[in-house]
Write a protein that binds this ligand. Structure first.
Ligand code: HZT
Ligand code: MN
Ligand code: MN
Length: 371
C-alpha cells in the first residue's frame, strides 16, 4: 500500500499514517552509573511489558502526541514569518494539532494554550481575541504548545529568531535543556539537577551591539512533572542550584524546560491573562454567581483540568465571561497563569522536552531532528 504522506498545511490524521497504531519510540538514554542493570533486569523488563500492553499505561498515547508535535512544529517552523499576526500563528498551530491528533472531546486534542511569548516575555502569553500583535524580524519567539492523547500531555517548546543577534542565547538554552535531559534520571535529586542546568547556562554570554551580557537562568521558572490530564504533577525542576532533596522516580513523566535571559534572570506577571486551568482538587464551594456556575460547567465539559485560554472559550461559544472567570479565579476554583516577563529590553529563550523515566531506560519522547 502507498505510504500516506502529511499534507501542507498539516491536516492528515496521524493514525492514517501510522496505520498499525505503533508510534515511534523517542530517543532513549541509559540511566547514568547504572551499568545497564535496568535494561537487563528481568523484573524491570516485565514492568515495562505491562506498561506497554495496558491501554491505560501504554506508551503509545504519549508517543502519538509526540509524533503530532514533531509534525506540526516541522511545518510551523517553515510557515512562521515576520509580518504575520500572533493570532494567525496560534491558529495555524492549533488547527494542525487538532487535525493530526484527530481531536475528540477530552479523549485527545490540544494539551494547553499555544504559548507565543515574545522577547522579554518568557512564558504563558497567547493572544486573546482582538490582539493585533505582528511578529517582527528582530523578535525572539518562544513557541510552547501541547498535545494530549488520553490525558498524556506532550509539553515541548522551542525558540525561533530571524536575525543572528541572539544566536548565542538560543544556543545556551538549547545546551542547558540538553544538560537537564542528560542528567535527569531515577533517584536524581531535583536540587542537583537544577545545579547542572545552571552551570551549562552560565557558561555562555551574548554580545549585542558591542555590549556583552552573561546568560542568566531565569530563577523563578521551572520544569515540572506531568500527570494524567495534569500539566503540573507536583514536582518542579528549578534552574538554579538548590537544596531540594526530592528525587525523580521510576514511572515519572517530566517536562525538562530551561529559560535563559540577558536581563535580570527573574520574571514577573505582566499584562492581561490568557492562560487558565481548573485547580485539580479545588474546594467544592457553592457558587452563588449564576454566570460563574454555567461557565464552570462549560470549562469542565470542554477542558476538564487541562489548561485553556480565552480564545478556546470563544470557540466553544462562551461570551461576556470575564466577570464569571475572574470570580472562579478569586474563589480558588480556577488558576490564572498570567504572562511571565523579564525586564523590558531583556531577551529570553526557551527549549523544552518531555521525558519518560521508564523502568529500563529514559525516553526523550519529544526529541526530533530539529531539537
Ligand atoms: O509554569 S508552570 O505553571 C509550572 C512550572 C512548574 C510547576 S507549574 N507551567 C505549567 C503550565 C501552566 C499553564 C499552561 F497553560 C501550561 C503549562 C509550565 C509550562 N508552561 C508552559 N509549558 N510548561
Ligand atoms: Mn511548555
Ligand atoms: Mn512545561
Amino acid at each position: 500500500k502507498k505510504k500516506v504522506e502529511q499534507s501542507d498545511p498539516p491536516r492528515t490524521g496521524i493514525s492514517k499514517i501510522f496505520v498499525n497504531g505503533v508510534y515511534p519510540e523517542g530517543e532513549t538514554q541509559p540511566y547514568k552509573d547504572d551499568n545497564a542493570w535496568r535494561i537487563t533486569s528481568e523484573e524491570k523488563r516485565h514492568m515495562e511489558k505491562i506498561a506497554m500492553e495496558d491501554p491505560e499505561l501504554t506508551y503509545q498515547n504519549i508517543r502519538r502526541a509526540a509524533e503530532v508535535h514533531r509534525q506540526v512544529r516541522h511545518y510551523t517552523r517553515k510557515y512562521i514569518r515576520p509580518g504575520m499576526s500572533l493570532t494567525e500563528i496560534a491558529e495555524y498551530i492549533e488547527n494542525g494539532t487538532r487535525a493530526l491528533v484527530e481531536e475528540n472531546g477530552l479523549e485527545c486534542g490540544v494539551g494547553f494554550p499555544t504559548g507565543l511569548s515574545l522577547n522579554n516575555c518568557a512564558a504563558h502569553f497567547t493572544p486573546n481575541a482582538g490582539d493585533t500583535t505582528i511578529l517582527k524580524s528582530g523578535d525572539v519567539l518562544k513557541v510552547d504548545f501541547g498535545v494530549h492523547v488520553k490525558g498524556r500531555i506532550l509539553d515541548s517548546a522551542f525558540t525561533l529568531t530571524w536575525e543572528p543577534t541572539y544566536d548565542k542565547l538560543v544556543e545556551a538554552v538549547k545546551a542547558a535543556t540538553d544538560t537537564g535531559v542528560k542528567e535527569a534520571g531515577i533517584d536524581v535529586r531535583l536540587g542537583d539537577l537544577a545545579g547542572y542546568i545552571q552551570e551549562t547556562m552560565e557558561s555562555y554570554e551574548v554580545e549585542v551591539n558591542g555590549k556583552v551580557f552573561p546568560v542568566k537562568p531565569i530563577e523563578n521558572l521551572s520544569g515540572h512533572s506531568i500527570g494524567v490530564y495534569q500539566i503540573h504533577g507536583g514536582k518542579s525542576v528549578l534552574l538554579v542550584k538548590n537544596g531540594d532533596q526530592t528525587k525523580m522516580e521510576e514511572g515519572d513523566y517530566f517536562a525538562i524546560e530551561t529559560f535563559g535571559s540577558t536581563g535580570r534572570g527573574r520574571v514577573v506577571e505582566s499584562g492581561d491573562c490568557s492562560h487558565y486551568a481548573k485547580i485539580i482538587n479545588a474546594p467544592r464551594v457553592p457558587i452563588r454567581l449564576t454566570s460563574a456556575k454555567s461557565l464552570l460547567k462549560s470549562i469542565t465539559t470542554n477542558f476538564g483540568t487541562l489548561p485553556f485560554c480565552r480564545r478556546y472559550l470563544d470557540r466553544v461559544g462562551e461570551s461576556k465571561y470575564l466577570l464569571a472567570l475572574n470570580h472562579l479565579v478569586q474563589q480558588g476554583i480556577v488558576q490564572d497563569y498570567p504572562p511571565l516577563c523579564d525586564a523590558l529590553g531583556a531577551m529570553t529563550a526557551q527549549f523544552e522536552h518531555t521525558i519518560l523515566l521508564r523502568p529500563t531506560v529514559k525516553e526523550i519522547v519529544s526529541r526530533g531532528d530539529d531539537y
